[in-house]
Design a protein around this ligand. Structure first.
Ligand SMILES: NC(=O)c1ccc[n+]([C@@H]2O[C@H](COP(=O)([O-])OP(=O)(O)OC[C@H]3O[C@@H](n4cnc5c(N)ncnc54)[C@H](O)[C@@H]3O)[C@@H](O)[C@H]2O)c1
Length: 356
């Protein structure tokens, strides 16, 4: 049995703690929780009958922890990884790994120096239709890749951004591409391969925040294919779509629904046995935009640790989408196409304080 602890008892921690609290993850046990806001730590600790703390260092010293999950605001991830790495326990961090490349590198370095395994949560990679799509990509069933598209059309009103001071800030959150669409950006690169260059435009359409709520971008992949991104939290009155479509010379696949959860299109030039059942068999209907992936994700973490297998998303894999996101912002700020080779952000504001 692996002993898990949680740092940050906010919104997403409810999802994480429910999985442990109701024994949904075999081989995993919740042993302690921590939040700097006492009431949040207390409520979660009492609900799951585990000790609660307001100081993560005291929790790590006082409890027998094998894996610590960092579920704090994005801009704190790196410094919390660095702080916790010294305890030499496995670390899980919610997406994004860090808010910018400098912070991502500091987190990766701290883990390497302390021999810590770092797991970045990308639960959408574990969605049933996404696994099926990835399998087809790996088997080269698309032939030459032509076009990859992601669309995120979600609804986040001013009330959402106002509920916590960190939301919609450059220092701690970023905008729609850093927060909501980072999952889809990760999926697009996972399916289409490495990126050569990007060009992006953003607006802050319907809310008063530092960052953007709407972005469009074009992507050129190293393999010659093109990609497009359309991401907004200014969809009204409700969440509409979180989707990815991949077009190749021999196939078209689209995974849609509101959380990349429905296999919408599965068209292949060369059909294989079972293809006619894919649309029905590979769709799920999750209760919220987080999807079902967190359960599969934690099962993956337990499997990796117990059986000493490599994790799907380590620090370097988590860093890739931060690099791409930083390049989108660099393009937005400069009005130029940004090439990923030797890319170093200069104008990208991610991680910077009070820039409104
Ligand atoms: N994978 C997903 O689909 C998904 C969904 C939602 C959020 N997230 C990510 O999870 C993270 C948290 O998001 P949220 O919506 O739960 O935020 P939140 O503000 O609701 O919760 C964060 C909590 O961390 C606590 N905290 C801050 N500093 C702390 C410290 N030093 N020690 C202990 N606790 C501390 C805060 O008090 C707060 O309760 C973000 O990085 C976000 O991007 C991921």
């Amino acid at each position: 049995m692996l002993n898990f602890a949680i740092v940050g008892c906010g919104r997403i921690a409810k999802r994480h703690s429910e999985l442990f609290g109701s024994n949904q993850i075999g081989g995993a046990n919740l042993v302690a929780v921590c939040d700097i806001i006492l009431e949040r730590a207390k409520a979660m600790g009492e609900r799951f009958k585990v000790p609660y703390y307001t100081d993560m260092n005291r929790m790590m010293i006082g409890e027998n922890v094998d894996v610590v999950s960092i579920l704090t605001p994005s801009g704190f991830h790196s410094r919390h990884i660095v702080e916790l790495a010294k305890f030499k326990k496995n670390i899980i961090v919610e997406k994004p790994l860090a808010i910018n490349l400098e912070q991502a590198d500091a987190a990766i370095k701290a883990c390497e120096e302390n021999g810590v395994r770092l797991f970045v949560v990308k639960q959408n990679r574990f969605n049933v239709p996404i696994i099926k799509l990835r399998e087809a990509v790996k088997k080269n069933r698309f032939g030459k890749l032509v076009l990859g598209t992601i669309r995120v059309r979600w609804c986040r009103t001013q009330d959402y951004y106002d509920q916590d001071a960190w939301r919609g800030t450059w220092a701690y959150d970023g905008g729609v591409i850093t927060n909501q669409a980072s999952h889809h950006i990760d999926l697009l690169e996972w399916m289409m391969g490495e990126v050569e260059s990007v060009f992006a435009k953003s607006i802050r359409a319907l809310v008063d925040i530092e960052t953007e709520d709407t972005v469009v971008a074009t992507i050129k992949f190293k393999n010659g294919a093109l990609g497009t991104l359309e991401a907004t939290t200014a969809t009204r009155p409700k969440d509409l779509e979180g989707s990815i479509s991949i077009l190749g010379e021999k196939a078209t696949v689209e995974v849609g629904g509101f959380a990349v959860n429905e296999m919408k299109i599965w068209n292949f030039l060369n059909e294989e046995e079972g293809d006619d059942e894919v649309l029905n068999k590979y769709s799920v209907n999750p209760p919220n935009v987080y999807g079902f992936g967190h359960k599969a994700y934690y099962e993956h973490v337990v499997d990796c640790i117990i059986n000493n297998k490599p994790q799907l998303v380590d620090g370097y894999e988590g860093r890739k989408s931060i690099e791409l996101i930083s390049a989108f912002y660099e393009s937005i700020e400069t009005g130029k196409e940004i090439f990923l080779k030797d890319f170093k952000p200069v104008k990208c504001k991610l991680g910077m304080l009070n820039l409104k």
